[in-house]
Design a protein around this ligand. Structure first.
Ligand SMILES: [Zn+2]
Ligand SMILES: [Zn+2]
Length: 174
């Protein structure tokens, strides 16, 4: 559904997201277990459009230490101001809100990208390095076993420098 600038009433327009998956196309670092849900309010501020609300989603990641898949709930506070594309940032002065904590962008009058804004805010809340658990023990660099599941015992009796296991890992990785 395209939202036209003229469709936004003076009092603002509430848009509810109810878990649809669309909007994540082209993003392959994770799977979408539950699409964005939440509510945003779209308002006109002069020629600008302000989108505010709170959304959440559940994504599936691969742990960067143990490579197991896990569910990761994300939540984002959406605060975005869109300036009409083509008119540059001149219109920004019309903003009466304190705009310091608003993300800025542009919109096309025929198609205000509300969903795109929501997805972008969720993406900004994603972890740089996803971990199934802060204390994830990862994979054994020697035998490759998941050390969260069982202690493979590889380090018992090791007397060399801690770097020895790194050397083994490099050889194994090839
Ligand atoms: Zn892990
Ligand atoms: Zn091991």
């Amino acid at each position: 559904m395209k939202l036209h600038y003229s469709d936004i009433p003076e009092g603002g327009l509430h848009i509810a997201f109810r878990g649809e998956e669309a909007g994540w196309e082209g993003l392959k670092d994770f799977s979408v277990e539950e699409g964005p849900s939440g509510d945003v309010l779209v308002r006109k501020r002069g020629r600008n459009v302000v989108i505010e609300g709170k959304v959440r989603a559940t994504l599936g990641f691969e742990c960067s230490r143990c490579l197991e898949r896990f569910s990761y709930p994300v939540e984002a506070v959406v605060r975005q101001v869109l300036h009409p594309s083509g008119e540059g940032k001149v219109a920004a002065r019309e903003i009466e809100l304190n705009s310091s904590d608003l993300e800025e962008g542009t919109y096309d009058e025929e198609d205000i990208p509300v969903k795109g804004v929501v997805v972008e805010h969720l993406l900004l809340s994603l972890p740089m390095r996803p971990l199934c658990d802060e204390d994830c023990k990862g994979l054994c660099p020697i035998c490759g076993a998941n050390r969260n599941v069982a202690d493979c015992g590889c380090h018992e009796g090791t007397t060399g420098s801690p770097l020895d296991c790194l050397k083994d890992f490099v050889v194994k990785a090839r």
